[in-house]
Design a protein around this ligand. Structure first.
Ligand code: ATP
Length: 261
C-alpha cells in the first residue's frame, strides 16, 4: 500500500463553530484503494471533519485536495470532476434530496453526473440496488417511503454510482440491522477493492470498522492522536480517549467475539 499513490490529502485543517476549534492543524491522506476508519468519542469532531473533507464545509485554515485539485475549487471543470470522484454518505443519509424523487431517478441522476465528469458507468439500476441489498421493485418507490435503513443503503448505492475515487462515510449503516449491516459492509468492501476506491469511515461501530477498513485514526482535541490497525489499537491503546473507548466496550467486544478472527 505504501507504494500506491496518495490521491486525497488534507493538510493543516482548522475548523470550529465560533468557540475553541474543533479541528486544529489536522492532516491526513488516503492512498488509492486504501480504507481507513475514524474513531473518536462523541462530539470530538468526526462529522465536522467528514463534511470538510467532502467539500461541504470550509475550514478556517488548511486545504483538502483530490488528485491535487482543491475540493472547494470553483472552476466548473474541477467542480464536475470533484463531484463525481469524491462522494460523501452523510450521517443522516439522503439529506437535501427531494423526498418525492424515485429511487430510480436518484440513481440515474448519479449515473448522468458520472458520465458528465467523464467516468465510465454501466448505468445499471438493478445492480446498484442489489449491491446494497435492495430489490429492483424499490426502483419505483419515492425517497419518502423508504425506511431509515433503506435510505442509508440507497445513499451508499448513489455514492457508488458515480464511480468515485474517494468515498467518505459518516456512520453509514446505523439504521440497518446487524445481519444486513455485515452483508452490506462485505459487498461494499469488495466493491471498493475491485474499483480501488479509497474510503474514510467515521463510526462508533467497531465491528463495522474492523470489516471495512485496514487501519484507523483516533481523533481527539482536534487532531489525529493515534493511528494503526484497529485490533492493535484496541489491544494496547496509548491515548486516554482510546482507553476510554476500550473501557466502554461491551464485554463481548472486549473478549474479541465481535471482532472476528
Ligand atoms: N452547527 C454547529 N454549531 C455549533 N456547534 C456545532 C455545530 N455542529 C457541531 N458542533 C459541535 O462541534 C463538535 C463536534 O461535532 P461533530 O458532530 O463533528 O462530532 P462527532 O465526533 O461527529 O460526534 P458524534 O460521534 O456524537 O456524532 C461538538 O461539540 C458539536 O456540539
Amino acid at each position: 500500500m505504501s507504494s500506491t499513490p496518495v490521491i486525497f490529502a488534507a493538510s493543516g485543517l482548522r475548523a470550529g463553530y465560533g468557540g475553541p476549534p474543533v479541528l486544529d492543524d489536522l492532516s491526513l491522506s488516503l492512498r488509492r484503494g486504501e480504507a481507513v476508519g475514524l474513531l473518536g468519542l462523541s462530539g470530538v469532531g468526526k462529522s465536522t471533519l467528514v463534511e470538510i473533507l467532502g467539500g461541504h464545509a470550509r475550514p478556517t485554515l488548511g486545504q483538502v485536495t483530490l488528485n491535487g485539485v482543491k475540493v472547494t475549487s470553483k472552476a466548473p471543470h474541477h467542480r464536475k470532476a470533484v463531484k463525481a470522484r469524491l462522494r460523501t454518505v452523510h450521517q443522516n443519509g439522503l439529506t437535501g434530496i427531494d423526498p418525492h424523487r424515485t429511487v430510480e431517478k436518484t440513481l440515474t441522476d448519479a449515473f448522468t453526473q458520472a458520465r458528465r465528469a467523464g467516468r465510465s458507468t454501466n448505468s445499471d439500476v438493478e445492480g446498484a440496488l442489489l449491491g446494497v441489498g435492495l430489490p429492483i421493485r424499490f426502483a419505483t418507490r419515492t425517497i419518502q417511503t423508504l425506511s431509515g435503513g433503506e435510505r442509508q443503503r440507497l445513499a451508499i448505492a448513489r455514492a457508488l454510482a458515480t464511480r468515485p475515487d474517494v468515498l467518505l462515510l459518516d456512520e453509514p449503516l446505523t439504521a440497518v440491522d446487524p445481519t444486513m449491516r455485515e452483508e452490506i459492509a462485505r459487498d461494499l468492501r469488495a466493491h471498493a477493492a475491485e474499483h480501488e476506491i479509497a474510503m474514510l469511515v467515521a463510526s462508533h461501530d467497531l465491528a463495522l470498522l474492523d470489516q471495512l477498513t485496514d487501519s484507523v485514526h483516533v481523533l481527539s482535541e482536534g487532531r489525529l492522536v493515534e493511528s494503526g490497525a484497529l485490533r492493535d489499537i484496541l489491544r494496547a491503546p496509548s491515548h486516554p480517549d482510546t482507553r476510554a473507548i476500550v473501557e466502554a466496550l461491551p464485554e463481548a467486544v472486549a473478549a474479541n467475539r465481535v471482532l472476528r478472527a
